[in-house]
Unconditional design. Sequence first.
Lengths: 500, 309
Amino acid sequence: MSRPSGWLTRKEFLRLTGVSLAGASFPWLAGCGGGSGSSGASAGGGIWKQFSGMTLNFVSENTSPTSAIAANLQSFQELTGITINVLQLELQTLVQKIALDIGSGEGSYQIIYADPYQVLAPYHQALAELNEFNEDPDLPSVPKGLEDFIPTQLAAAGRFANEETLYALPYDCPTMIWMYRKDLFERYGDRMSQDLGFDPTPSAESTWEHYYQTARWFNDNVDEVPYGTGHQARQYDSLMCDFSNVLWAYGGDYFGQGEEVGTLGTADPGPSTLDEPQAVEAAAFYQKLLAIAHPGSTSWDWNTTDEAFRTGQMAMTPNWHEFAAVDQDPAESEIVGKIGYAPLPRGPARRANMWGGTGIGINKRAPIEEQKAAWLFLVWATSPETMLMGMKSDVGGGTPTRSSLYELPEVKKAMEPPSEMPNLLTYDAVSEAWKPENIGLRPKIQSWNECDTAIYTELSRMLADQKSPEQAMKTAKRYFDEAQARARTLASAPGQGGVA
Amino acid sequence: MAATQQTRGRGGSADAKGSSRGGISLEMRMLLPVLLLLAVLSLFPFFYIVWMSLNTVSLISGVSFEWAGLTNWGRMFTDEIVGAAWLRGAIYFVATVGLEMVLGIAIALLVHELVWGKNLAISLILLPMFMAPVIVGLLGRFLTDSSYGLYSYVLQQTGLYQDDILGSSGSALVAVILMDVWEWTPLIALIVLAGLASVNQYVIEAAKVDGAGYWQRLRHIVLPSIAGVVLVALLIRSMDAIRYFDIITVTTNGGPGNTTKIIPLRLYETAFRFFDLGYAAAIGLGMLVFSILVATVFVQILQRRGLAR
């Protein structure tokens, strides 16, 4: 539908009138309109107060952004009169709760932390279509528009199988980068360069082979740290994340249509390509790398890997960038101020940095009024001002999923030490990692949980010397294909309403 | 007063006779509502799970069933991961229950001989049993951590073991077995101690007078006397060991390389990670059948020994 330019739509009129009301009622909202000057989050008290008295449940993984949200819910309650109960769980328990809630048809959790792989892909049919709320004139729209979200993250965290339907708003964006002991690299850099024949300082030219040789050099020559590298290689999701960086760097992938399967996701990714030579080569390199890594690696997940890094157990590690906050906390870390950040090394094919972000969505099983109230929370929780508040929070806070925030002077200032928002110290590395050519997106398919288990189990068997890289990849491929076949059967069952 | 009691007695007798009419006693009629409730609570889920195992179950559009016949059952008998999990479970089962029985009986015999400080010793020995298994797992993970764990440190310093305990195939299985043994050996010791208290002291004294040594008394009097109690302890621990889950989940999550993935972990994974509920129901029923078989064997042994009614 077209309209003459210069005319105000009903929605725009409501937005503009809302801005002035918001300025009077909620001073913290008044200044957050940003460049657009009209944002849902800045809209008037009337549309924000329409569900006053309602209580909603938000089920989330126990992450820093949610801890920050939970600690600052008072401002949302004052704005809307809505009470939010936050339930924070370990990821696996969270997925169970959501699946069982969806299965029961109860809609007890109106607001859902929609992990793209474990919730969004298998249960997207149970999530509300957010465009309807965003375009509803009686509801606030996303401040600064959807365009303000980093595009790859909006597609990966919010959509499934097509570019139109929106199921979740990008909420957090942990990404794997190369964390290293800057102090040790400075102290031993010259000696390493001489011995190794290349500059070991992490840079755009660094390769995984350099990484391996540097780690081995630390093992042999440095006493300050017991090992050169450490990895999150426990038989768990973390192992798949750690390996995927290498897999993609070597030109391998889980499925043939890698990019599409990772960004938007698909119901039918085709046969797995894990048995192809690039994947086998990546697995062989990963086995070689882990053979010289800290022996604790095979029992560490992401939390324990970071714990080992910040207690000085290794000189470098592929790590989630949001651990920067705790690594720079003197109460928790022995290496404050000694850490350098870089994108992960490149392989023969490219550089790949595993992205582990998530969106928040609305449970379609909840009554429509509750869904609308939940939308208010989504808009508030992903608004620039709430994300900024989260970064400053004493209880943690994440990293913004919105481009505009990175342009704020106080955010730019925090990118250099000393920083009040230590996650931003990683910005140069993560902004490089988020580029479409560098981001690593695992397959967004309905059977991902089963495929994920298959790959990390086979990798674990390979690391335990029970299988060769080739055998591990071949077996993983077989399990991937079997899991996909079962998912297709399930999706074609009567009453499932298709898969996309 | 006596008259009243007599009346009550007669009345009771008359009621009892009356209640026998139709073959249902008064007691049975009083128990019936609770029994029916229990039956509903037990039988409904049982038949529901049987029904699930014959269907493909989906949660996407609410719970829905699609008839699958014996597909899930057929898959269970040909699934190499499930087969390997059963095999590892058997190794784990024999190792934990075996060690717990031997150590539990040994500890009980030692404590039973204590002249003073027996109560204190019992209290200390029982402590691990009162910890939640998940806490035992977390404690075990802490103590075996290769960076700061006490056990790792001692093993590394003494040169006995250099690798990561929970990160290496062989040691991980041994570690989780020992964690379970640490927690549940006290239960066996407690049960056996109760059995030892009931051993006829006159027989022991008579044997001593006849010149029987400790090992002779143990072999010919004590062990036969406590055999029934030991079997009960064995039954209790066996039922528990079949569904062992918490410690492994917290420490190794079934790894490394699936070396600690026993059947309850695979069941959990299938049900609550893959949400393949029909197949999970078949695996769960397989575990139920195995539990019933184990229990039946023990009960038959008890019956053969005249120790079960």
